[in-house]
Design a protein around this ligand. Structure first.
Ligand code: ATP
Ligand code: MG
Length: 465
């Protein structure tokens, strides 16, 4: 009897699983995902896996964006080949990742990411390589599975469509196509559990909603607010990577608004959020910077994360710098440099900013007071400084808000395009040479570089005790 009962339970679970795990298969004539919109390199990888006897699907943004008529920023592939099997098929393959082992197949500048199908992290297997933290965050879940398993560990329904290279059909297990048509970001499974497993999904929800102009499913919104604090447990380096995607994909302005609306921004930048709540002018400063950043991305101009970080940190830095100047005898530039270092190091536990960005950001900020000097060598060295361009752009932003005199901003704009002779005149350096300038255009006056070095040498012994 007991055995029969167990069998009945098993059968009912099995049939339920079968029902849930059956995808809706949309044949090629009934969808708009064409190979013409899939990168040739991604197709090469899909076909080689397929021709070697493995299943191979295009997944994630590659399918979603093509369906929406957008250009995917990268192409992700899912397969039943294991990482070592993938590596054996591609000489240009590198295995990466600790939490997820992934294959990166490089074609010049394009990287195609290939992931082996995974089973959900709660897979009932004694050999499963699975670990969670106390809050339910997944630390490791390298459990391989089938495509039927893989779909449940994807984040949103719109990201869980599988394009099968074998017959160009799309497999939809979770109603992803319907949600794309309804333009809604919806989590697969229980929102609270899925956000606890990986709190970065909160940021991803906002990122996709902002980029695709989708709404966020109210069930996610409701789950998000009490869980936003869990972002503090996410490794700060991962949050920096996510910061880049959030703010440098061309949708920084709507992303910022949604992050604030859902109380996520303050988890990454608490001091900025505090300043935004009280300082309306700082809010406008940030808005203009976000608009500029989006404009640059859309025009294919370069953007460095240090600029926007400098903007986010500007109000907190100014506050500390003003206190420093009141307490100690420091120049404005010194105080700004110390304050910027302070703010960055305070934020490292939230969002770790690599030195290659924090160091130039500090310089950009510390150079701000130098723009008030428009004459002499000091002005010239500012113009030749390796951070001049970023510092100048930053100063222009401040000028838009009226924090820098418009005539002063115009002076620094004009001086960049005038002839060298005129430049020297404007800097009141007529007759002096410019570093790197053709001496034939100068009046032949000796450069001050050498005498300066000599003075520095002779000063050295004096400073010794
Ligand atoms: P885009 O590349 O435009 O940022 P994407 O959807 O392709 O968007 P990726 O970060 O490239 O996003 O990830 C590829 C796919 O992997 C996602 O579509 C999703 O199915 C899955 N995925 C990525 N990150 C997560 C996550 N944190 N939790 C669950 N699934 C994820
Ligand atoms: Mg992608």
């Amino acid at each position: 009897m007991c055995r029969l009962n167990a069998q009945a339970v098993y059968l009912s679970i099995f049939s339920r699983t079968l029902q849930v795990n059956k995808p809706k298969i949309i044949p090629r004539p009934e969808h708009n995902v064409s190979r013409a919109n899939i990168s040739r390199n991604a197709q090469k990888v899909l076909y080689r896996l397929h021709n070697s006897g493995f299943q191979s699907f295009l997944v994630g943004g590659g399918v979603r964006d093509v369906m929406l008529g957008l250009h995917p920023k990268d192409f992700d592939i899912a397969t039943n080949a294991h990482p070592e099997e993938i590596k054996a098929l591609f000489s240009n393959c590198r295995l990466i990742g600790r939490r997820f082992r992934l294959a990166h197949i490089r074609f010049g500048r394009e990287i195609i990411e290939v992931a082996t199908f995974r089973a959900p992290a709660d897979h009932d297997d004694e050999y499963a390589d699975v670990a969670h933290d106390q809050e339910g965050r997944i630390l490791r879940d390298n459990v391989y599975g089938e495509v039927d398993d893989d779909v449940w560990r994807r984040d949103f329904t719109c990201n869980a469509l599988y394009y099968n290279i074998a017959d160009f059909s799309i497999w939809d297990y979770v109603g992803g196509i319907e949600d794309i048509n309804k333009r809604v970001v919806k989590l697969i499974g229980d929102p609270e559990q899925r956000l606890r497993e990986d709190p970065v999904r909160m940021l991803r929800a906002v990122r996709f909603a902002a980029k695709l102009n989708f709404s966020i499913d109210p069930n996610i919104v409701n789950a998000m607010q009490p869980l936003a604090g869990l972002l503090a447990n996410v490794p700060s380096s991962r949050l920096f990577d996510e910061f880049i995607k959030l703010f440098q994909s061309g949708f920084a302005k709507p992303t910022f608004a949604m992050m604030r609306e859902h109380f996520l921004f303050r988890e990454l930048f608490p001091e900025t959020e505090r300043a935004l709540l009280t300082d309306e002018k700082f809010g406008r400063f940030v808005q203009i910077a976000l608009e500029n950043t989006d404009g640059r991305v859309k025009n294919d101009q370069s953007v460095s994360p240090m600029f926007l970080l400098g903007v986010f940190f500007w109000a907190p830095v100014l506050e500390i710098a003003n206190n420093l100047r009141a307490d100690r005898k420091m120049s404005e530039g010194q105080a700004l440099a110390v304050a910027a270092a302070d703010v960055v190091s305070w934020h490292q536990t939230r969002i770790s900013i690599p030195r290659r960005f924090s160091a130039p950001m500090r310089e950009m900020i510390a150079l701000q007071p130098r723009f008030t000097t428009t004459k002499g060598r000091r002005a010239l060295t500012l113009l030749e400084h390796k951070r001049f361009r970023a510092a100048y752009d930053f100063m222009l932003l401040r000028a838009e808000l009226g924090d820098v005199d418009q005539d002063l901003a115009k002076f620094w704009t004009d001086i960049q395009t005038c002839s060298q002779e005129e430049r020297m005149d404007r800097l009141h350096l007529g007759g002096k040479s410019i570093k790197g300038a053709n001496s034939g255009t100068e009046c032949g006056a000796p450069s001050r570089k050498r005498p300066r070095r000599r003075r520095a040498k002779s000063a050295k012994p004096k400073s010794k005790p």
